[in-house]
Design a binder for this molecule. Structure first.
Ligand code: TXE
Length: 500
């Protein structure tokens, strides 16, 4: 794992992990084991226990105890902040190791994985400050006989189900803020990419987090994941994944204890490009927006909505940019586009590319799966002659597939951008501030970018409108999401008696 060498290599044999409960790793023992192969190399890289129902119940019971005895929620915010800051320091020191395992299990380029870990350090640093600044309110205007206080309290035990596309980043967009609020956690990472979640458990413990506050169970969504959704002792559940499973999360909460929910689901995000944009910048941004993380990104800009007068020229500019992006071994420092993370996702993306052609769209560029000798890769793909009713224009593909739709007027651009059941993210490219602001106001999306895309920082909230989900993650919005509000009304002085 020498970062100075150009190409790292996969481990000679898979690394064994246990799951993590009550501050310690539990080895697989007699449990079934899931072996994960690197999508970029096709060789096994990790082995993880398939946790049982009893394991999940034990992890929830442990998180429950750790919450109820107030070992974390009653700690002074300064102490919580100190642990979050120590975590940031250890993350920084172990960034290379985390990036390596993230790349092996996910297939993303190592340079990108390193940048993501850097972003996660910032999440912990910000959350440390927020642990100390989150506060309630007071009403000193209720007359001399009363005082109203509004306090914030942690929700309790939080179940956290995360996907395989950004296993560490999505985790760290949530964990520091959940901990800042004083909650305890049972995390269930995707069975495809659990290693770095387990590494975070080790790091939090080293940073001084009390045992039982952060627990990790490994295994499939249908088994331990579903049980976590239905668990009566889980007070809140944060789910990031498909809209279909998001529905199952809502149903499970309704059937059981009405646990509070946070949902970040799918997207079909528009990139609106006006003729007055800096087209060179916009072409680079649109190419990045669809090819980053091989389009396996809930905020991918997968629908290019471009002013008709420049549509042909701009489509060629984007295709030209994408043709220059370097596809290759995810462990190669120079790689910009890595492997497709799962076999199922690979089939889904290739299926949509075939469907686009069948539906009558024209393949402007890409569309093939290059043979790099090992692993699974798909070229960034651009379709023109797309109509808004085609499946490739409506459904989340979750791959590097861009559709181009031309527009004539501003109102038409806004209507096309909103013509989707999703509302996660959107971008507008224009040098005319009136157009850019009008579009930003009228497009339904939880995240909006002007003359950029897939950008931001830990202060900025994350989440969606419409079928893209409920609630917001990150920043102060994220901390408040994982807290309850309590109103405390206090009488001052002698009571005015009801019964005289
Ligand atoms: O997601 P799942 P998949 C979208 C994307 C992709 C599609 C399918 O379109 O093609 O979803 O991906 C756990 N109870 N996104 O099948 O199944 C599962 O173990 C409890 C968008 O991988 O939703 C994993 O930890 N948990 C997205 C997590 O849910 C269950 C990111 C996500 O898996 C469960 C990923 C169940 N019944 C996919 N079934 C985004 N918003 O970024 C599964 N899980």
């Amino acid at each position: 794992m020498d970062q100075s060498s150009t190409i790292l290599t996969p481990p000679s044999e898979p690394r064994e992990f246990g799951f993590f409960v009550d501050g310690a790793f539990v080895p697989a023992g007699t449990r079934d084991v899931f072996e994960r192969a690197s999508p970029g190399h096709g060789v096994p890289v990790t082995r993880l226990p398939k946790c049982t129902d009893a394991d999940l119940d034990a992890a929830v019971a442990c998180a429950r105890r750790a919450f109820d005895d107030r070992r974390w929620s009653a700690a002074a915010a300064t102490d919580r902040a100190a642990i979050l800051l120590r975590t940031a320091d250890i993350l920084r020191a172990r960034a290379e190791e985390i990036a390596y395992w993230e790349t092996l299990e996910n297939g993303k380029p190592i340079a990108q994985a390193r940048a993501e870990v850097g972003g996660c350090v910032g999440m912990f640093e910000l959350a440390a400050g927020l642990a100390r600044t989150v506060h309630g309110d007071s009403f000193n205007n209720t007359g001399d006989g009363a005082l109203g206080l509004v306090t914030r309290e942690p929700v309790g035990v939080v179940g956290l189900i995360t996907p395989w596309n950004f296993p560490f980043l999505i985790l760290c967009e949530r964990v520091p803020y959940i901990l800042a609020g004083g909650n305890t956690i049972v995390a269930k990472p995707s069975e495809m990419t659990s290693a770095t979640t387990l590494m975070l458990a080790e790091i939090l413990t080293e940073a001084g987090l009390p045992a039982g506050v952060f627990n990790v169970v490994t295994g499939s969504g249908r088994s331990v994941g579903q049980r976590l959704l239905e668990h009566m002792d889980v007070d809140m559940l944060s789910f990031t994944g498909s809209t279909a499973v998001g529905r199952a999360v809502v149903e499970a909460s309704g059937r059981t204890n009405f646990k509070k929910l946070g949902l970040e689901l799918g997207g079909k995000n528009p990139q609106i490009v006006f003729a007055d944009a800096d087209l060179e910048d916009a072409a680079d941004g649109v190419a990045f927006g669809i090819a980053f993380n091989t389009g396996q990104c809930c905020v991918s800009g997968s629908r290019l909505i471009v002013e008709r007068s420049v549509a042909d020229k701009f489509g060629r500019m984007v295709a030209g940019k994408l043709a220059k992006a370097r596809i290759g071994d995810p462990l190669d420092e120079a790689t910009q586009i890595g492997a497709i993370t799962t076999d199922a996702q690979n089939d889904t993306i290739m299926g949509y590319i075939a469907k686009g052609t069948e539906e009558g769209a024209t393949l402007l560029s890409g569309g093939t799966a290059p043979d790099l000798g090992q692993g699974q890769y798909i070229e960034p793909t651009v379709f023109t002659d797309v109509t808004p009713d085609m499946a490739i224009a409506r459904e989340e593909i979750f791959g590097p597939v861009l559709t181009i739709l031309p527009f004539d007027t501003l109102d038409e651009a806004i209507a096309m951008a909103n013509d989707t059941e999703y509302g996660l993210a959107a971008s507008v490219w224009s040098k005319n501030i009136d157009k850019a602001l009008t579009v930003s106001r009228q497009v339904s999306a939880g995240r909006f970018w002007v003359n950029t895309t897939l950008a931001g920082g830990p202060e900025m909230p994350i989440g969606g409108f419409k079928l893209s989900g409920w609630g917001r993650e990150a920043g102060m919005y994220g901390v408040e999401e994982y807290m309850q509000v309590k109103s405390v009304f206090i009488e001052i002085g002698k009571r005015d008696h009801w019964i005289k």
